[in-house]
Design a protein around this ligand. Structure first.
Ligand code: 8X3
Length: 259
């Protein structure tokens, strides 16, 4: 296992779920963190807790990744000691609604595409350029099973995650001579705030998504991300598809009444 000690890891969407779990998992391995999200208070609490628990350096700032000018400015004005990003984890993303396309609320589309696709492009563009300048880096995208399969009622979310898959593969080709690694982690049912956001705060609907089986946790996915980031230099984990044990595909799961 390659050491993460002293490496700088930039994580988007770090206030909850996979992003938050990743921040703790990388800090535990001695990595310093650059973390961002829209909710600064919560982000600062996480940053303080991580500094205290693991003694690593953490730089936290508020960012809406869908605003390209803000992303460019924020990355350019990182404090000197955080400028050299070794690993970028493109985690920020969301779904809005689970409806047949012709019944869907178009208001959710922009948010999904602007964050999952354009936001990822905005962040990747600036950080990748700095990695190329320094001749090395690792980009780890958080895709989804929705980027491997389309499923009913998921047209826009699935499209956004298929886009992440295409971006991952294209950038891997574009940077093949630049000592850059590009990976994607595509998870299925992970119990985080994802479904609550997708259902606009409806807890009951969110809970039902994971009913009858034991879903993955953010920590399970963070484990896979750390694995991906700690292979010897001649190895690239191009993609990992991570499913709950009782999930066979995006739409096929085995659920038990008692769970
Ligand atoms: C979230 C997983 O199955 O709801 O990326 O699309 S799923």
């Amino acid at each position: 296992m390659e050491s993460l000690k002293g490496k700088t890891v930039f994580i988007t969407g770090t206030t909850s779920g996979i992003g938050k779990s990743s921040a703790y998992a990388f800090a535990k391995q001695g990595a310093n963190l650059v973390i961002c999200a829209r909710r600064l208070n919560l982000l600062n609490e996480i940053a303080d807790d991580i500094r205290q628990k693991f003694g690593v350096k953490v730089y936290a700032f508020s960012l809406d990744i869908s605003k390209r000018a803000d992303v460019t400015k924020a990355v350019a004005s990182l404090p000197e000691e955080f400028k050299k990003i070794d690993i970028l984890i493109n985690n920020a993303g969301l779904g809005r609604g689970l409806n047949k396309f012709y019944e869907d609320n178009p208001d959710g589309w922009d948010e999904v595409i602007d964050t999952n696709v354009k936001g990822l492009l905005n962040v990747t563009y600036v950080i990748l350029n700095s990695m190329i300048e320094r001749k090395g880096g690792h980009i780890i995208n958080i895709g989804s099973i929705a980027g491997r399969e389309a499923y009913p009622k998921g047209a826009v979310y699935c499209a956004s995650k298929h886009a992440v898959d295409a971006i991952t593969r294209s950038i891997r080709m574009d940077t093949i001579d630049k000592n850059i690694l590009v990976s994607t982690i595509d998870a299925g049912l992970v119990e985080t705030g994802f479904s609550k956001v997708r259902f606009y705060g409806d807890e009951e609907k969110a809970k039902n998504v994971y009913k009858g089986l034991t879903p993955l946790t953010g920590d399970d996915v963070a484990d896979a991300i750390v694995f991906c980031a700690t292979r010897p230099p001649h190895v690239n984990i191009a993609e990992i598809t991570l499913l709950a044990a009782r999930q066979a595909s995006a739409t096929i799961s085995y659920r038990e009444e008692s769970k």
